[in-house]
Design a binder for this molecule. Structure first.
Ligand SMILES: C[S@@+](CC[C@H](N)C(=O)[O-])C[C@H]1O[C@@H](n2cnc3c(N)ncnc32)[C@H](O)[C@@H]1O
Length: 317
């Protein structure tokens, strides 16, 4: 797979007429630079970056007329980095996900807004339960685990992640969420495709809700240059996007209590494969496909059925 090149071209900077550059001129210049570089939302990114440099809310920019030259220089540096298609969140150092603010950088996947559909579903499933047990498989920065813990104040959440680098970000984000939230989240280093390991780490047969946003992009897919700043193990799921999803289903079936539910994000091209894989386990019912606001297939949910083997204890793997 070859990253799409970031296109850049010379764009003249606003005149340094005095020591108080105008915000309107800097933003106009930045928007042009980012637009030429192929950034999808050039104006919004320019505003986020200027707000970050100034240390203010983005909405405050409307009432700021000028900046000093130090701010201008730092802003232009940030725009230069963004024009090289370094993700906005790596430059700012944080990403917002539902009610959570997460630190992110090299070594961890940047949470995507589209995963908030899965978050909303998981929070709705959990909030009617008494002290729900929730598991977030492939936790990355902890986006889903932390946001669920924030949205469902009685939830006990287990977050499982394999990558040592991502685990550092995950642990940092859990502790930044505050003592009360952190006390309800347990972080596990582990491989979600390893059934024996997951049996040893997690509450088998006692989980109410499992959420997972695993690596699922088919390896030949054409992705934006920013995606190459995410760890490839976080993004790509083999030729068919199913390398992690397939084996993980046996783990999810093992963890859920009968009647427990799971939500699994997938590539928009693999909804049918994911539903077929879930069906083929014979351990889930009520299998449903969910789309996002643009109508693209986004995640699959299913309910754990009680199987014949359950009456005799642990099911065969
Ligand atoms: C698409 S990212 C999702 C991160 C986070 N849940 C989110 O929604 O932003 C997938 C994550 O799964 C982790 N991962 C990949 N394979 C794994 C495995 N076999 N076991 C556990 N984690 C794995 C990656 O390191 C990465 O952090």
């Amino acid at each position: 797979m070859t990253p799409r090149p970031a296109t850049t071209g010379p764009v003249s900077q606003p005149e340094a007429s005095d020591s108080y550059p105008r915000v309107i001129d800097e933003l106009r210049w930045a928007q042009t630079v980012l637009s030429v570089a192929g950034v999808e939302s050039p104006r919004a990114d320019a505003e986020w970056l200027l707000a970050s440099v100034l240390g203010v809310e983005r909405g405050r920019l409307a009432v700021i007329d000028t900046v000093d030259t130090d701010v201008r220089d730092r802003f232009r540096g940030a725009i230069e980095r963004r024009s090289r298609r370094i993700p906005l969140q790596h430059i700012i150092g944080t990403a917002h996900f539902g009610p959570a603010e997460l630190t992110v950088g090299p070594g961890v996947f940047i949470p995507r807004p589209e995963t908030e559909f899965l978050l909303e579903w998981a929070a709705a499933q959990s909030s009617s339960l008494h002290r729900p047990a929730v598991v977030d498989l492939c936790s990355g920065s902890g986006a889903l685990a932390i946001a669920v813990a924030l949205m469902v104040p009685t939830a006990r959440v287990h977050a499982v992640e394999k990558s040592p680098a991502a685990l550092e970000w995950l642990r940092r984000n859990v502790s930044r969420a505050g003592a009360e939230v952190a006390s309800r989240i347990t972080v596990h280093a582990g491989d979600v495709t390893d059934l024996e390991q997951m049996r040893a780490l997690l509450p088998v047969g006692a989980v109410d809700v499992v959420v997972a946003n695993p690596p699922y992009v088919p390896s030949a897919a054409d992705v934006a240059p920013e995606v190459y700043h995410d760890p490839s193990d976080a993004v790509f799921g083999g030729a068919d996007g199913m390398t992690v999803i397939g084996p993980m289903l046996a783990v999810i079936a093992e963890l859920l209590r009968p009647g427990g539910v799971m939500g699994l994000e997938h590539d928009d091209s693999t909804a049918a494969q994911v539903m077929a894989a879930v069906d083929s386990t014979d351990r889930f019912g009520d299998v449903r496909a969910h789309t996002d606001l643009t109508g693209r297939p986004r995640f699959v949910t299913a309910r754990r059925v009680a199987g014949a083997d359950d009456a005799h204890g642990r099911m065969a793997g």
